[in-house]
Write a protein of this length. Structure first.
Length: 489
């Protein structure tokens, strides 16, 4: 194979090379860890820029596919990596865990996500998933002196291993039914042979749906998410809430819609049940949370339920709406976590919702930024979150799922309570009263971090931009779906 034939792999090659370079640089910069962080950031920008030069096509006999669909998700992964690096620097210093390996793990995990999005074979999908998962397990427990971080890593590893076993069992059944692991061959087999009602095919779809549901934290496979999100380092929580979730949706669309499109009736029933349970449990459980990381964890679960509606619609419009939703969710969720990191300065301070009392008056700009993110997560116009939900719900209505869209709207209204509670604390509550010794509580003082300020500014700008001028972003998602490689051909 000539080197020019590897251009479809350009972003993956860039990230793999970056990860190896970071490992070497780490060994020679024991006292200047900022160099590793800066190099990681430059490399992440290079990977993002390389997307412009990626050639469409497939390599390795169709095991790896480069098309508009995969490029869209790689854009999400690349931006998520850049923002995660920005929000990590100050936190790692504060926790005395500023090790260069952290950035290597972020890079390798992102590389795994990209492989998943371009998987043209079930084995390639598995390899990408394992590269992503193994790196993320270590990231969850990166703060080794923190018992909660270690607990989060163990819980994530055990549940992740179980979900991988389900996936492999499902893959084995698919191979038993179709005689192939190539997604194109499987799609062709399903087009010729009627597998409706085939018990082995139905079981395979159920097992694979369960495995992917673990990755996107869909109910009832969500039990790991609240504890892991709360215990993991906050920048890792932000990274995990976007990257692995988007990767899970990438393979859901590729495997279910484009490969098993002739079995839509079978898998849509499974995904519909998952979506309803996920929206219900995520929103209801978030109502009673007092820890903002745990609240955002249940929020993340609920948003997975909304995005699933686009897959359930089983139309190009639905797939593009789900993709657009994930892009929007990345900006508003990373932005919210950036504000949390600005306030998380002394031990666990800044992690309780009550810590936000009076923030809108003491630090107006930070309060406005958090208000923008909370309004967007709720789905209040003109924020981007409204656009994301509107197009997902409309795709469901046009596919005959009016009742599902109505349910989603109801759950979205419920979510307003816990999102707007944060806003209420910021603008309608005073900081805690002086203690018995008469010493005033000045509240939580935000950190002075240029990287966090940049992250908040960028994410808030895109949340407002997409909400006010959504046309270009929606057309980008539609074009990505239009440029997908149809596997059955």
């Amino acid at each position: 194979m000539h080197i020019s034939e590897l251009t479809p792999l350009l972003p993956e090659l860039a990230l793999a090379s970056l990860g190896l370079v970071l490992l070497i640089v780490e060994a020679f910069t024991k006292t200047r860890k900022e160099i590793v962080a800066g190099l990681a950031l430059l490399g992440a920008f290079a990977a993002l820029f390389s997307l412009k030069f990626v050639a469409f096509g497939d390599v390795f006999g169709g095991m790896f596919i480069s098309d508009g669909y995969s490029i869209f998700f790689k854009l999400i992964f690349s931006v998520n990596l850049i923002l995660s690096i920005l929000i990590s620097v100050r936190y790692l210093k504060a926790e005395d865990s500023f090790h260069g390996e952290y950035y290597c793990l972020l890079v390798f995990s992102t590389c795994g996500m990209m492989v998943m999005a371009s998987a043209g074979n079930l084995i390639t999908l598995y390899l990408g998933l394992e590269l992503m998962a193994l790196s993320t397990y270590v990231l969850a427990g990166f703060i080794r002196h923190d018992g909660k971080s270690t607990e989060a890593a163990v819980k994530y590893f055990l549940t992740g291993g179980f979900s991988t076993a389900l996936l492999l069992y499902g893959i084995s059944l698919v191979y038993g039914v179709t005689g192939s692991m190539d997604l194109g061959t499987i799609a062709g087999y399903c087009a010729v042979h009627d597998l409706s009602g085939n018990p082995m095919a139905s079981l395979a779809l159920g097992l694979m749906a369960s495995a992917f549901a673990f990755k996107i934290a869909a109910v009832p496979f969500h039990m790991w998410a609240p504890d892991v999100y709360e215990g993991a380092p906050t920048p890792v929580t932000a990274f995990m809430s976007i990257g692995p979730k988007a990767a899970g949706f990438a393979v859901l669309g590729r495997v279910f819609y484009y490969t098993f499109g002739h079995l839509t009736v079978e898998w849509s029933v499974i995904l519909t049940a998952l979506s309803i349970l996920t929206m219900c449990v995520g929103n209801v459980m978030a109502l009673v949370q007092t820890n903002i990381k745990r609240m955002l964890a249940y929020s993340s679960i609920a948003h997975a339920g909304y995005a699933l509606i686009g897959i359930i619609a089983a139309t190009p419009e639905g797939i593009s709406a789900a993709m657009n939703y994930l892009l929007i969710y990345m900006f508003m969720n990373i932005g919210a976590f950036s504000v949390v990191l600005m306030l998380n300065t002394k031990g666990t301070r800044g992690l309780q919702i009550s810590d936000y009392a009076g923030l809108g008056r003491t630090h107006p700009l930070l309060g406005v930024a958090m208000l923008v993110f909370m309004f967007s997560l709720t789905g209040i116009p003109p924020m981007a979150g409204f656009i994301g939900k509107f197009y997902v719900f409309m795709s469901a209505v046009r596919s005959g799922y009016l009742w599902l869209a109505v349910l989603a709207v109801i759950f979205s209204v419920i979510s307003a309570f816990f999102y707007l509670r944060v806003v209420m604390y910021m603008y309608m509550k005073e900081p805690e009263k002086p203690d018995a010794g008469g010493v005033p509580d000045e509240g939580v003082e935000p950190a002075n971090s240029n990287a966090l300020i940049v992250s908040i500014a960028v994410t808030a700008t895109f949340v407002l931009m997409i909400g006010i001028m959504p046309g270009r972003f929606i057309e980008f998602a539609k074009a990505a779906v239009a440029a997908v490689k149809i596997l059955s051909q």
